[in-house]
Design a binder for this molecule. Structure first.
Ligand SMILES: [Zn+2]
Length: 80
């Protein structure tokens, strides 16, 4: 299990996401951004729009996924 923050995933806050894979934390961040948007949180709007754009243009976004997966792989495991 590893921890990646909203900020590390392109967002504005330090909320921590925990997951076994980069996909887990990316999905958690996606959910977090959706909730922020629903709550009218303007600070997360830019990151939310960027994430929406990634789903729409997956090929263009491969670099971001690769970087995020590499960053996740480089993280230490959470202490048990
Ligand atoms: Zn956040």
């Amino acid at each position: 299990m590893k921890t990646m923050t909203c900020r590390a995933l392109g967002g504005p806050c330090d909320l921590e996401h925990h997951g076994e894979s980069a996909d887990d934390v990316i999905n958690a961040q996606d959910q977090h951004l959706k909730e922020a948007e629903k709550a009218g949180d303007a600070t997360h709007q830019e990151a939310r729009d960027a994430m929406k754009g990634r789903w729409r243009h997956p090929k263009k976004s491969l670099g971001w996924y690769r970087d995020t997966k590499a960053a996740f792989a480089a993280l230490p495991d959470d202490p048990a």
